[in-house]
Design a binder for this molecule. Sequence first.
Ligand code: CO
Ligand code: CO
Length: 313
Amino acid sequence: MRDDNLLVGTEYPDDAAVYRINEDLALIQTVDFFPPVVDDPYHYGEIAAVNALSDVYAMGGRPLTAMNIVCFPCHKLGTDILVEILKGGAKKVAEAGALLVGGHTINDDEPKYGLAVTGIVEPGELFIKGGVEPGDQLILTKPLGSGIITTALKGEIAPAYLLEEMTHWMTTLNKGAAEVARKVGVKTCTDITGFGLLGHIEEMIRGSGVDAVINVQAVPCVEGVLELAKEGIVPGGARANREFLRDKLVFAEIDEAMLDVLCDPQTSGGLLMAVKKERASEAIHLLKNKRLSYASVIGEITVEKGKGQILLR
Ligand code: CO
Ligand code: CO
């Protein structure tokens, strides 16, 4: 069935579904949940909520309500841990200015937690994944490395300082980043999650007849992540992303480990936005004021080959 009010549905990859209610208002709907990525239940709850809310911010919207989705082995782990997870989630929903209005819990051997989030946006202010133009500057608002660090954590070899640093970023809402994006007139935006930085860039330029030139030196990652990647501590997803992008990547010479970092699947990653050249330095300044200290221009859109390729320099 077709409905012209469905502005974003399942036909094209995007961060959330968008349904227009009237000329001035559209609903954004999204859902995300996953097993624990860190050991601390409270932080896990925070990360899951920040990640679920992120897709609303990536569409330029404001979250209104959220509902918990919980799978939990109460008989095995007891309810104290679950309470901590839910407290962490509730804290981030409140920080986002949204309301937690319900949820559903089932028994499951492996815990999983996340939320279904509803937000609103003015149809004219909607961010989409496509629509980039030559000259657009690509800005990333959080450092990379969460997939590699959580993989190290599973092997019990994640240095404590690294985990602490990454947890800080995974629990940082993309609210401030989205506010800056709106202020500098962004139209194209997405959040970095499972496909890694390069996978999400590929989605952004797909079918647009443009290429992306990435300045690899400028891509922010948490200090110590490259060293872990050099030791081969890389999640399977990073390799799958690399394989998927094989025909799209153009480079002369690049460190193998850096390529893994660029393809590392992120949990609760930052926003990737295309900003007009003349607004880019303003955007970076505003992002740093929001304490997004790693925010950087990592590359730009060109028509060098016009084949939807990612040129790594
Ligand atoms: Co997303
Ligand atoms: Co998502």
